[in-house]
Unconditional design. Structure first.
Length: 59
């Protein structure tokens, strides 16, 4: 249903969460970090329209 965000970092850390936009015009994705130090975001992959990414799975 396009509401899951998965983040993988350094080929060893992953986190996923449920995300729902509050407004119909919420169409941007922004990256930020909260803390000391620097962060580089690269190799960003966005997959749009994966409503039923695994149609053969048991439900």
């Amino acid at each position: 249903d396009n509401s899951v965000l998965e983040v993988f970092a350094n080929s060893r850390f992953g986190v996923s969460t449920w995300v729902r936009p509050w407004y119909a015009n919420s169409t941007e994705i922004r990256f930020f970090q909260n803390g000391d130090g620097e962060v580089t975001f690269r190799n960003i992959h966005v997959h749009d329209g994966l409503y039923d990414a695994y149609p053969a799975r048991d439900r």
